[in-house]
Structures are given as structure tokens and as C-alpha cells.
Design a protein around this ligand. Structure first.
Ligand SMILES: Cc1ncc(COP(=O)(O)O)c(C=O)c1O
Ligand SMILES: N[C@@H](CCCC[NH3+])C(=O)O
Length: 439
């Protein structure tokens, strides 16, 4: 039984509901494996972030980090809620274009943006390009000269802060592939280069220290560091940023062992730190931007699977296998990430056993949940993994030539398909079939 399921997520028959629809009904209608989002949860989290800023009376942007989950529908919902987005590839940008997302509210990130990607971003008049390295500054300069236009930019700096999270999720430490290093003077050199460039309108500074962070400390240190940098740059170069972007990374609860503070509490502390620090340095308060990904979509997402085979190793353990796995959620295998699951039609049932929830992929490490207590189950029952909305579908693969699942958005009792299930034919489609050499 999961304490995460609030009572209003069950219907009168005791079934788990998502967005007002029984999970097992979604599974029947759209088949499994299936990714389902409760859209109200997405909207509520964006609103909670916005109200923290409003309560603190600061200019802001809540810029959804769309790498966590990108789809036309997702961009439409973020736009409806007045959010901005961050994109990191032509693919995400193109998807946002297809959604009719206002390009002025797009930040373009990435540590190796290609010339084509920069050309697309410039042609689309994205709101800001977040510069990451010297090569990119040169490339963008060439693209802007050719298009005879200008663009707003920010500099991403590495503040030299190691966040307490999985090593793969750290990005703010000095030894990071992202951003301009502060200590060696790279960041200051980048600033001078950009300030001299009449086609680049430098609006602010960005730092992102990592993902799935539970501690306030790292964010407060990063916020202070950014204000310190802003104050140094004002004193040394007469440049004052109008935006400080503190990135995302607010940790969420995946299992009962996790005990994070609410995402908006992180943001409240960051805002207060920046306000205090700006006042200490006599700096005009810049707008504060955040880039949450996981905290907006993680708790809103559910992976639905059908239970299939079972293996009991006498005296040892049991494997319950579902019809998906590491192809639709690589996080357990990649980061040893923990999750919880329930039976769709008996979410609050008393557990009678503890099983390994195994995926169907040819890989011993394809275990979705290491130790899951469950009530009695049968092949054909629907198992629902909770809090899978971030970096699940977005990191999906076709390993073992398994098609990627469908994605549905569910709201107010209505489910809509937002990403089609891949078909077997999708896996082999080629305009020009390969002809093996016969010589
Ligand atoms: C630049 C940047 N912003 C925002 C995010 C979003 O992080 P999260 O999904 O942990 O909120 C990331 C990913 O870690 C990122 O690299
Ligand atoms: N993919 C990572 C988060 C990466 C964040 C991107 N900088 C995860 O699932 O935890």
C-alpha cells in the first residue's frame, strides 16, 4: 500500500484513478505499456511555483525544463499556465513550434548546439540562447552575422558547487562539461566577448547545480554565488544582469524513504536568498527564473504495465515480470532509482508478498523495482508504477526492438492520446530499402 495515493485517487470500486479515470480502464482502452499523466497535477505544480514568486513580489519566469517530458500537448499545457520552457535540441524546439508555443518564452540550452540548431533558434526568434562555451559564441556570432539579426543571450556558469545527488545528476561542480568555469576566469572572459558583440544582447546569468536534490544548502549557495558574480561584474565591467536563472533540480518523493521539502519551498528559500544577497551588495533585484523539470511532471506521471510471467526461486525470491521495463524507464538501471507500484484494481490492498518487479528486456539489470510489497496478483492484472513522469518516456529507447509506449493526458475524467504507440512497422521504416551488396 502506498501512502502517496491520496484517497481521492480511488473510485467507489476501490480502483486507482488517474485524472478521474480508472487506471485499468486506461490500460484497456490504450493498451500497455502505457504512460499516463494527470494533467491537473501538472497545472497545480506550475501554479504553486508561480504563486511563490507572486507572494514574494519579484519578477520571474517558471521555465519548464522540457527534457523531463516533451510533447506537443505538454507544451500546450505549459503555455496555458503562463510558463516558459527550456529546450535543449532542435527536436524539442521543433515540437514546441508544432505546439504553437510562443517562441519569446523559450530558452535554448545545450553544451554542443549545432550550427543548424542555432540557425533554427535564431530564425524562430527564441527568447534567449543560453551560451555554454566559447565555440558556441563563435558559431552564434557567424549565424547572427549571416542572418543580420540579434538575439538575447545568457551565460551559463559553473558555480563550483557539488550538489548532494547521484553523481550522474551533478552539473554545478567545477569539473563539469556544462558552462563557463568561474574560478579560472573563463566566465569573465566570456562576458567580455559577449558584451563587445553588438548582435548579442546579454540579459543575465544562469547556473544549474544538478537534479533530484533534497538539500536547500546547495541552492542557497548557488543563489548567493550568482548574486556575487553579478555584483563583481557590475563593479568590474559595468554590466548588471536583468535576469538570474537558478536552474531546476528540486527533488521529489519517489519512495517512502524519500523525504524532500516541497518544490515551492526550495524556490521560496532561493528567492529570499537572492533578495537578501542583492540588498547586501546594493544590486538592483533582477528577475528570477527557475527551470524545474522533474518536479512539474514527475509526480503527475504513471507507467501502466500488464503483469505476465512469474518466477519463484524457492527459498529466495520472486520475480514478477511486466510487459515493459528499461526501454520505457531506464532510471532504475541507470541511477539505481527507486519507485513504488500498486495494483490498478487494488491499490490499497494489504501486501501478501514482496517481489522484484522485472522488465521484459534481455538484461539482468532490467529490474524496475527491487523490493515491492504487493497484494496477490495474477497474470493480466495491471500494475501501475508511480511518479514516473520525469525522464521516463523522455529517455525511452527501442532496445530489443520494442516499440515505445503510447502517452495519454487525462483530465477531468477524459483521456486523450498525446503520443502514439510506436508500431512494429515504425521500427523498420526506411524510404530507400538497403540493398546488400552482391559482389
Ligand atoms: C540546465 C538545466 N535546467 C533545468 C534542468 C531540470 O532539472 P530538474 O528536472 O531536476 O528540475 C536541467 C536538468 O538537470 C538542466 O540541465
Ligand atoms: N535524467 C536524469 C536527470 C537529468 C537532468 C538533466 N540535466 C534523471 O532521470 O534523473
Amino acid at each position: 500500500m502506498s501512502e502517496q495515493l491520496s484517497i481521492n485517487q480511488q473510485n467507489a470500486a476501490g480502483q486507482l484513478t488517474i485524472g478521474g479515470v480508472a487506471a485499468s480502464q486506461l490500460a484497456e482502452e490504450f493498451q500497455t505499456p502505457l504512460v499516463a499523466y494527470d494533467v491537473t497535477k501538472i497545472r497545480d505544480q506550475i501554479r504553486r511555483f508561480k504563486s511563490v514568486f507572486e507572494d514574494n513580489g519579484v519578477s520571474y519566469a517558471v521555465s519548464y525544463a522540457s527534457k523531463a517530458f516533451a510533447a506537443i500537448a505538454m507544451y500546450q499545457v505549459v503555455d496555458q499556465e503562463g510558463g516558459h520552457i527550456d529546450v535543449v535540441s532542435a527536436g524539442e524546439l521543433y515540437t514546441a513550434m508544432q505546439a504553437g508555443f510562443p517562441m519569446a518564452n523559450v530558452s535554448f540550452h545545450g553544451n554542443n548546439k549545432s550550427r543548424e540548431e542555432l540557425e533554427l533558434a535564431v530564425a524562430q526568434h527564441v527568447g534567449v540562447i543560453v551560451l555554454d562555451n566559447f565555440h558556441e559564441i563563435e558559431l552564434l556570432d557567424a549565424v547572427l552575422a549571416e542572418a543580420n539579426t540579434a538575439v538575447r543571450v545568457m551565460l551559463r556558469i559553473t558555480p563550483g558547487i557539488s550538489a548532494h545527488t547521484h553523481e550522474y545528476d551533478q552539473t554545478g561542480q567545477e569539473d563539469s562539461k556544462f558552462g563557463f568555469d568561474l574560478n579560472s576566469g573563463q566566465a569573465a572572459r566570456a562576458l567580455q566577448t559577449v558584451l563587445k558583440n553588438p548582435r548579442m544582447n546579454m540579459i543575465g546569468i544562469h547556473a544549474h547545480i544538478g537534479s533530484q536534490i533534497f538539500e536547500l544548502n546547495g541552492f542557497q549557495m548557488a543563489a548567493e554565488k550568482l548574486v556575487q558574480v553579478a555584483s563583481d561584474w557590475r563593479d568590474q565591467y559595468g554590466y548588471q544582469p536583468s535576469v538570474i536563472n537558478v536552474g531546476g533540480g528540486f527533488g521529489i518523493r519517489y519512495t517512502q524513504a524519500d523525504d524532500p521539502i516541497a518544490p515551492e519551498a526550495f524556490v521560496d528559500a532561493i528567492i529570499k536568498t537572492i533578495k537578501q544577497s542583492a540588498s547586501d551588495h546594493g544590486l538592483d533585484l533582477p528577475a528570477i527564473w527557475i527551470e524545474p523539470g522533474r518536479s512539474i511532471v514527475g509526480p503527475a506521471g504513471y507507467n501502466l504495465y500488464t503483469i505476465g510471467s512469474r518466477k519463484d526461486v524457492p527459498g529466495l525470491t520472486s520475480y514478477l515480470t511486466v510487459d515493459g521495463g528499461m526501454g520505457d524507464n531506464i532510471r532504475p538501471a541507470l541511477y539505481q532509482a527507486g519507485y513504488e507500484a500498486v495494483l490498478a484494481d487494488n491499490p490499497m490492498g494489504e501486501p501478501v508478498e514482496t517481489v522484484h518487479v522485472a522488465g521484459k528486456y534481455c538484461e539482468s539489470g532490467d529490474i524496475l523495482i527491487d523490493q515491492q510489497p504487493l497484494p496477490e496478483s495474477q497474470p493480466g492484472d495491471v500494475l501501475v508504477m508511480l511518479d514516473t513522469g520525469a525522464y521516463g518516456y523522455s529517455m525511452a529507447s527501442n532496445y530489443n526492438r520494442n516499440p515505445r509506449p503510447a502517452v495519454v493526458f487525462v483530465e477531468k475524467g477524459q483521456a486523450q492520446l498525446v503520443i502514439k504507440r510506436e508500431t512494429l512497422a515504425d521500427l523498420t521504416r526506411l524510404d530507400q530499402p538497403y540493398r546488400p551488396s552482391t559482389d
